[in-house]
Ligand binder design. Structure first.
Ligand code: MSP
Length: 501
C-alpha cells in the first residue's frame, strides 16, 4: 500500500471576479506549509482550484457577452497564471466544471437520495446571490446581506433538502472528541454555539439556476453551488461513489483545510455533515484565517479597492509580498494591508536586516576567501545555537503560526547582525587574517541555515542565497561572483502606482 499523502486544500475561488489579495492569502499559506513538508520528505497533495457554477457567474459572463464556460475558462486561467507568478506549487487544480467532478457530484446526490439524507420538498427564503447562500431574516443587516451589503431576494421554489438536522448530535460529539478539528479556538466556539442552537435541513438544489450540475433523477434541478463546490475536496483526489478509486485513499482524509473566516460555517458544519452522510472520514483540521482590509477599509466591489497582486509584485517582488502577508498579521487574525506598511517591512526586515547582512558577508567572502567556501560547519557556538532554533521554527510553521516562525527566523538574523557589529570583521582584515577567514566560514554556515529556514516562505530568495553560499555545489567548493542585492532599498519616492480596482 502506498503511503497516505499529507493533503492540504484551499477553498475553490469564485470566478465571478478576478483574483485578489484575499485569494492570494489562503493559497500562499497552503503553499508555505506544502513546501515545508516536502522539504522534510513528507509526501504532500496540495489542491486548489476554481468554483465555477451559479447565477453570479452566469451573470458575470452574460454581462460581457460571453458563454459561461468561456468566461470560466478565462478567469480560471488567470488564477493559474497568478499562482505560477507567485511561486505557488500545487499538485492539483480542480475546476467544478471538470467532467470527473460533475459526474461524481451527480453520483453523490443519487447516493444520498437513496439513503434518505436528501429528500424533496419546497422552500421559501431570503437569498443572497453573491454568497449563493440563504439567510434568516434576523441575520440580515437592515434587509441586506451581512457579507455583501446587497439586497437579499425572497426566493420560493421546489427543492431537495439535505438532512443536516440529523447530524447535530454527531457533529457536537465530533467537536468534543477532536478539539483540534476546528481552529482557531475562538472561531471554533462560534461554530459549536451555532450547532447547539439547532440545525435546520438545507436546500441543496435549484430550479432557477441553469448554470450548474444537473440532477440525474430530477430534470430541471441543478445542484446548489455550495454542495457542488464542497465536494471538490473529495472528488479532486478521485472520489465517486459509483466508481471507487485507489488514489482517493492515498489523499483522504484531508490533513489541513484552509478557509477564510466568512466561509467557516460551510466547512465546519455542513461539510462534515455531508461527509458523515457519505460514510467518509472527516478532515483532521479545518482552519479559518482572518480577513485583510485595505488601508483600513473592507475590500469590496463597490469601493473598488481590490489590490492586484501583480502590481505589488512589479514594485516589490514576489518574495516581499509572500513575506509581508505572512509576517504582518498572525494567521488567525484580521489585518490591514497598506503599501506604506509593506514598504516599511521591506526596507527594515528585507533590505536592512537580511539583505545587508547577506551582502556584507558575501562581499567579504569574495574578497578574503577568494570564493572558496567552507566544506564543514565550524563547531562554533553561534552555529550550534542558531541551528537549535530549527525545531521551534518548524513547530510554529506546522501549527500555522507563520508570523511566529518568521519572527523566530528574524531573531536569528538579528543575532548574526549583532555578531558582525561586535566582531568587526573589517578590522580583522588588517591584523588577523586567519581569524577573519574562520569568522566568515562560520557566518556562511549560519547563512546556509537561514536560507533553509526561509525556503518555504521565500523560495526565490532562498535559492539565490543558496547559490551564492555554494549549497549543493560542494564539488569545487567555490561560490559564484557577487550577484545583485537580494532586496534593493526602496527610496522615499512614490513606488509605482499600485492601482486598486
Ligand atoms: N467559492 C467559495 C468557496 C468554495 S470552497 C468549497 C468562495 N470563493 S471566494 O472567491 O469568495 O474566495 C473565498 C476565499 O477568499 C476565502 O476563504 C478567503 O480565503 C479569501 N478571501 C476573500 N477575501 C478576503 C479578504 N479580504 N481577506 C483575506 N481573505 C479573504 O467563497
Amino acid at each position: 500500500m502506498k503511503t497516505k499523502k499529507f493533503y492540504i486544500t484551499t477553498p475553490l475561488y469564485c470566478v465571478n471576479a478576478k483574483p485578489h489579495l484575499g485569494h492570494v492569502y489562503t493559497t500562499l499559506a497552503a503553499d508555505v506549509l506544502a513546501r515545508h513538508l516536502r522539504s522534510r520528505d513528507i509526501p504532500v497533495h496540495f489542491q486548489t482550484g476554481t468554483d465555477e457554477h451559479g447565477t453570479s457567474i452566469e451573470r458575470a459572463a452574460l454581462e460581457r457577452g460571453m458563454e459561461p464556460k468561456a468566461w470560466c475558462d478565462s478567469i480560471s486561467k488567470e488564477f493559474r497564471s497568478l499562482w505560477k507568478k507567485l511561486n505557488i506549487r500545487y499538485d492539483h487544480f480542480i475546476r467544478t466544471t471538470d467532467l470527473s467532478h460533475e459526474t461524481a457530484v451527480q453520483a453523490v446526490f443519487e447516493k444520498l437520495l437513496k439513503t434518505g439524507d436528501i429528500y424533496p420538498g419546497s422552500y421559501e427564503g431570503l437569498y443572497c446571490s453573491s454568497c449563493e447562500n440563504f439567510y434568516e431574516e434576523s441575520e440580515l443587516k437592515a434587509g441586506l446581506c451581512p457579507v455583501h451589503g446587497s439586497p437579499a431576494e425572497k426566493v420560493s421554489e421546489e427543492t431537495y433538502f439535505f438532512r443536516l438536522s440529523r447530524y447535530e448530535g454527531a457533529l457536537l460529539a465530533h467537536y468534543v472528541k477532536h478539539p483540534d478539528f476546528l481552529s482557531p479556538r475562538h472561531r471554533a466556539q462560534e461554530m459549536i454555539n451555532f450547532v447547539k442552537s439547532g440545525l435546520k435541513d438545507i436546500s441543496v438544489s435549484r430550479t432557477k439556476v441553469r448554470w450548474g450540475v444537473p440532477l440525474r433523477s430530477a430534470p430541471g434541478h441543478t445542484v446548489y453551488v455550495w454542495f457542488d463546490a464542497l465536494l471538490n475536496y473529495v472528488t479532486g483526489p478521485g472520489y465517486n461513489p459509483e466508481h471507487p478509486s485507489a488514489d482517493f485513499g492515498q489523499a483522504w482524509p484531508a490533513d489541513v483545510q484552509l478557509v477564510g473566516k466568512e466561509i467557516f460555517r460551510f466547512h465546519a458544519v455542513i461539510w462534515p455533515a455531508i461527509l458523515m452522510a457519505l460514510g467518509l472520514e472527516l478532515p483532521r483540521k479545518v482552519y479559518a484565517h482572518g480577513w485583510w482590509t485595505i488601508n483600513g477599509e473592507k475590500m469590496s466591489k463597490s469601493r473598488g479597492n481590490f489590490i492586484k497582486a501583480e502590481d505589488v509584485v512589479r514594485d516589490f517582488g514576489v518574495d516581499a509580498l509572500r513575506y509581508f502577508l505572512l509576517r504582518e498579521v498572525p494567521f488567525g487574525q484580521d489585518g490591514d494591508f497598506s503599501i506604506e506598511a509593506l514598504k516599511r517591512r521591506y526596507n527594515s526586515d528585507l533590505a536592512n536586516d537580511l539583505g545587508n547582512l547577506f551582502s556584507r558577508i558575501m562581499s567579504m567572502a569574495a574578497k578574503y576567501l577568494d570564493h572558496r567556501l567552507p566544506e564543514k560547519p565550524g563547531a562554533s557556538e553561534t552555529f550550534r545555537s542558531l541551528s537549535a532554533a530549527t525545531g521551534e521554527i518548524d513547530r510554529a510553521l506546522e501549527a500555522l503560526r507563520f508570523e511566529e516562525a518568521l519572527e523566530l527566523i528574524w531573531r536569528g538574523i538579528g543575532r548574526l547582525n549583532r555578531l558582525v557589529d561586535e566582531r568587526k570583521p573589517w578590522e580583522l582584515a588588517g591584523n588577523d587574517l586567519p581569524g577573519l577567514k574562520s569568522f566568515l566560514h562560520e557566518m556562511i554556515w549560519c547563512l546556509r541555515v537561514v536560507a533553509g529556514w526561509l525556503d518555504p516562505f521565500m523560495p526565490d530568495t532562498a535559492s539565490k542565497m543558496q547559490l551564492q553560499l555554494g549549497v549543493g555545489r560542494s564539488s569545487d567548493g567555490t561560490a559564484p561572483h557577487k550577484l545583485p542585492p537580494l532586496f534593493p532599498r526602496k527610496q522615499d519616492e512614490k513606488t509605482g502606482d499600485i492601482s486598486t480596482n
